[in-house]
Design a protein around this ligand. Structure first.
Ligand SMILES: Nc1nc2c(c(=O)[nH]1)N=C([C@H](O)[C@H](O)COP(=O)(O)OP(=O)(O)OP(=O)(O)O)CN2
Ligand code: ZN
Length: 152
């Protein structure tokens, strides 16, 4: 029998500041969140008796390593600001050694989840070609608010 499809998910957390400049409520103010990102990968379970990855789609440590390097560490304790939010970009750039990440789009949880997916999906494709795929990202902005991005 063909094995049933399987996916694995690794959760990582980071802190970042942001604002939604044109929001009609509190979110137009500078504030921060403890974000949680959940990365879901799908692939086949390795049948490699005697090897470290036997029985795994991918070692959770590998998901952590790639995600930390390219998203979690760059965004952790950074201020995530939209490039269109020019006054704030200029202010943040005036702060010596401030960790600022200028985003292509307004840093809603939807756009951040999409940005993380666009960064990480090709990296997983390249590193583990053919064996597995990043199929979804869930990004929590608060315990009550999150966005899901799915591989098309
Ligand atoms: N669709 C979206 N709506 C909102 C976003 C967003 O990214 N996408 N972001 C915000 C705010 O930045 C904030 O993160 C959410 O604040 P809030 O609604 O207050 O969420 P809480 O979980 O803190 O709300 P509680 O009422 O305390 O549960 C707003 N909207
Ligand atoms: Zn917010």
């Amino acid at each position: 029998m063909k094995p049933a499809p399987i996916s694995i998910t690794r959760r990582l957390e980071f802190d970042a500041g942001h604002r939604i400049p044109n929001h009609d409520g509190q979110c137009k103010h500078l504030h921060g969140h403890r974000y949680a990102i959940e990365l879901t990968l799908s692939g086949e379970i390795a049948n490699h008796p005697g090897q470290a990855d036997d029985g795994m789609v991918l070692d959770f440590a590998d998901i952590k390593r790639l995600s930390n390097q390219y998203v979690v560490e760059p965004w952790d304790h950074a201020f995530l600001v939209a490039k269109e939010d020019q006054g704030l970009v200029d202010f943040l750039n005036s702060l010596p050694n401030h960790k600022t990440v200028v985003m292509e789009h307004v840093p809603t949880v939807e756009n951040l989840a999409q940005a993380a997916f666009n960064i990480l999906s090709p990296l997983f494709d390249k590193a583990f070609a053919g064996r597995l795929q990043l199929t979804a990202i869930r990004l929590y902005e608060t315990p009550n608010c999150w966005a899901d991005v799915h591989r098309p």
